[in-house]
Design a protein around this ligand. Structure first.
Ligand SMILES: NC(=O)c1ccc[n+]([C@@H]2O[C@H](COP(=O)([O-])OP(=O)(O)OC[C@H]3O[C@@H](n4cnc5c(N)ncnc54)[C@H](O)[C@@H]3O)[C@@H](O)[C@H]2O)c1
Ligand SMILES: *[C@@H]1O[C@H](CO)[C@@H](O)[C@H](O)[C@H]1NC(C)=O
Ligand SMILES: *[C@@H]1O[C@H](CO)[C@@H](O)[C@H](O)[C@H]1NC(C)=O
Ligand SMILES: *[C@@H]1O[C@H](CO)[C@@H](O)[C@H](O)[C@H]1NC(C)=O
Length: 394
């Protein structure tokens, strides 16, 4: 009797044990299949596949860059803490490229050195496109530390992680704001950089850190200094959707669309007595699709131990008045325009000489101001609420 009971018990616990083992195995296999289809492909270098880390890839320019890279068969990891970008843009990309090993999104803060290091040790990046930053001149004068922290110090962190994990190529987002207000136009790469606001200074400092580091390293570096970026994906997959609270800081294209939609009563043009043909400020507007094309070309041309610095602009200046006319045509709305006195800190004329990037990277801008605005307006009209989900995780 005793023996029989013990036997039954042991066979019961044996079955229980076997079931537990089976469940554990299933669970482990399930987890592994989840991982191996997505995570593991990002952890190893694969011959013929270039894995690009896109920091700030949920943002305006970064999301467009990720789209282009994915179209061109790159493997992409987006790192963003959604402090400014849109998870909706990432969702669009995930839907377009659901295959394993194409795109992964990592929610992390670049200011967190430990987290960044872990990400670099768990992923096999071949290159970094470093877009993540805060990027409003006005805000930078009010909150300079935010700019030095999130631009300069975070770039240092990215560079340290790249060095520690042997990532060999960096494409850096810089800006014409690093030149300040040069006397002579157009701006070439040799124009002396004298930035006049914390945004431009923080970017210049980040450039200097990168340049000093690269003197003694075999990293291939491309620094792209963008002019005024406008437009959106011509297929209408992505657009520009800044947080409502950032609208005030905003850029002229956003203001133009807001005025056309009646969200704001009209456009305020600040300054009509500048030394320009029509008295309003002149800027060089570069389309975002053209801009990301320059990034892909820069990536292809990057060489170990070399640094390339390029202005990315159209080479053609447009006045605010011309911009407003193009905006009216693109939207078909007769936007009300109010002319006010100058805003402090604006300079009369800024436009690029893009001949170096044309010669060395075979890149030129294709979109006209009018075309860019037309494309962007189409997205704005069909996405009145931006990405909709933009604040869901931010
Ligand atoms: N938009 C322009 O006209 C322009 C002109 C010249 C240069 N740039 C540069 O281009 C880059 C991209 O600009 P954008 O207009 O796309 O800006 P954006 O604000 O749309 O995108 C920046 C992204 O970086 C992310 N980010 C910021 N801090 C982060 C952090 N600590 N950790 C993780 N993610 C973080 C934000 O969430 C956001 O998604 C910036 O470096 C900017 O300085 C922009
Ligand atoms: C994003 O990163 C910054 C530091 O760079 C941090 O201060 C901020 O709180 C982060 N935001 C989110 C939503 O994690
Ligand atoms: C940038 O840094 C500051 C700290 O200086 C932090 O408060 C802020 O949240 C950071 N991130 C952004 C996106 O501004
Ligand atoms: C430069 O780009 C054009 C297309 O924009 C292409 O037709 C041409 O072959 C390229 N030239 C070189 C030298 O790669």
């Amino acid at each position: 009797m005793d023996i029989a009971v013990a036997k039954r018990r042991s066979s019961f616990s044996g079955k229980f044990f076997a079931a537990a083992v089976l469940i554990t195995i299933c669970f482990v296999m399930f987890k592994q299949s989840l991982n191996s289809s997505s995570h593991n492909m990002f952890s190893y270098h694969e011959a013929g596949v270039t894995h690009v880390l896109v920091t700030g890839g949920a943002g305006y320019i970064g999301s467009h860059a990720a789209l282009r890279l994915l179209k061109d068969s790159y493997r992409v990891t987006i790192l963003d803490n959604l402090s400014r970008g849109n998870i909706g843009a990432v969702r669009v990309l995930q839907k377009l490229f659901p295959e394993p090993g194409r795109l992964q999104f990592i929610y992390a803060d670049l200011g967190d050195a430990k987290a960044v290091n872990k990400i670099f040790s768990e992923n096999a990046f071949d290159a970094v496109m470093h877009f993540a930053a805060v990027a409003y001149v006005g805000e930078s004068t009010l909150e300079p530390l935010r700019y030095y922290h999130n631009i300069t110090s975070n770039t240092l962190l990215v560079l340290e992680a790249m060095a520690a994990h042997n990532v060999k190529t960096l494409i850096y987002s810089s800006t014409c704001a690093t030149y300040g207000e040069p006397e002579k136009m157009p701006i070439t790469e040799e124009t002396t950089q004298v930035p006049i606001n914390p945004y431009g200074k923080a970017k210049k400092m980040a450039e200097d850190i990168i340049l000093d580091f690269s003197k003694n390293s075999d990293m291939g570096v491309m620094i792209l200094r963008y002019f005024n970026v406008i437009g959106s994906d011509p297929e209408g997959k992505l657009g520009e959707a800044p947080r409502p609270e950032l609208r005030e800081q905003g850029r002229i294209s956003g203001a133009c669309f807001d005025a056309a939609r009646g969200i704001i009563p009209g456009l305020k043009v600040r300054g009509t007595d500048y030394e320009t043909a029509d008295g309003t400020c002149v800027r060089d507007y570069i389309d975002v699709t053209d801009l990301v094309d320059a990034h892909v070309k820069a990536l292809a041309h990057a060489q170990p131990g070399k640094v390339g610095i390029y202005n990315v602009g159209t080479g053609k200046g447009s006045s605010v008045k011309e911009f407003v006319e193009a905006c009216k045509k693109a939207t078909g709305v007769d936007i009300k325009v109010e002319y006010l006195s100058r805003r402090p800190g604006d300079y009369a004329k800024v436009y690029s000489d893009p001949s170096k990037v044309r010669k060395e990277l075979n890149w030129t801008a294709h979109y006209t101001l009018q075309e860019s605005l037309q494309i962007a307006w189409r997205w704005q009209k069909s996405h009145l609420n931006g990405y909709g989900l933009s604040n869901a995780m931010g």
